[in-house]
Ligand binder design. Structure first.
Ligand SMILES: Nc1nc2c(c(=O)[nH]1)N[C@H]1C(S)=C(S)[C@@H](COP(=O)(O)O)O[C@H]1N2
Ligand SMILES: [Mo]
Length: 152
């Protein structure tokens, strides 16, 4: 069993996992499961920035989280973002700006593998303003995002 698991892991290529879905859950429990291609079919935004986790300036692209939630019909006042590693953080939806953060699906045009903080990474325009260089913003910059739940 362990050997099979180890083989499975070592055999899995660094290739982007385009089929890992993102769940968006409304306050009533209504769930939208979105694939990367569905997310990328929504109007896209780009953020050009450095991050404290990566080297150099990166062009992130994806959909603004506010727009994604609107598309999913997930309205409310508080959400929780949960990552594949079960990291989670709550935030008031009033803190969502029209263009920040984005749910990034690509770095420099390339889909992100799970080992590359993908397939979805919550990204702010960190370089644009000191307000994006805070511990609060860093804690909301969830990589390997798996789920956004509007809880109230
Ligand atoms: N998937 C995931 N994203 C995450 C975290 C995590 O543990 N898992 N930690 C958050 C917190 S609390 C902060 S401050 C930064 C931590 O980045 P660091 O581990 O490089 O300090 O990433 C945020 N995004
Ligand atoms: Mo943190």
């Amino acid at each position: 069993m362990a050997a099979v698991l180890a083989m499975g892991l070592s055999a899995s290529p660094a290739a982007p996992q385009s089929n890992v879905p993102l769940e968006v859950i409304g306050p009533d429990g209504q769930t939208s499961v979105m694939t990367r291609s569905e997310i990328e079919a929504l109007p896209q935004s780009e953020i050009l920035t450095t991050t404290i986790w990566t080297d150099g300036t990166i062009r992130f692209s994806g959909v603004p989280m506010a727009r994604l939630l609107e598309h999913a019909g997930a309205e409310g006042t508080v959400l929780i973002m949960t990552a594949l590693n079960d990291y989670s953080i709550e935030m008031p939806m009033g803190d969502l700006e029209a263009d920040a953060p984005i749910v990034a699906t690509r770095m420099n045009g390339q889909p992100m593998s799970v080992r590359d903080k993908g397939p979805y990474w919550v990204v702010y325009p960190f370089d644009d303003h000191p307000k994006y260089q805070t511990e609060t913003t860093h804690a909301r910059s969830v990589w390997q995002l798996a789920r956004i739940s509007v809880i109230e």
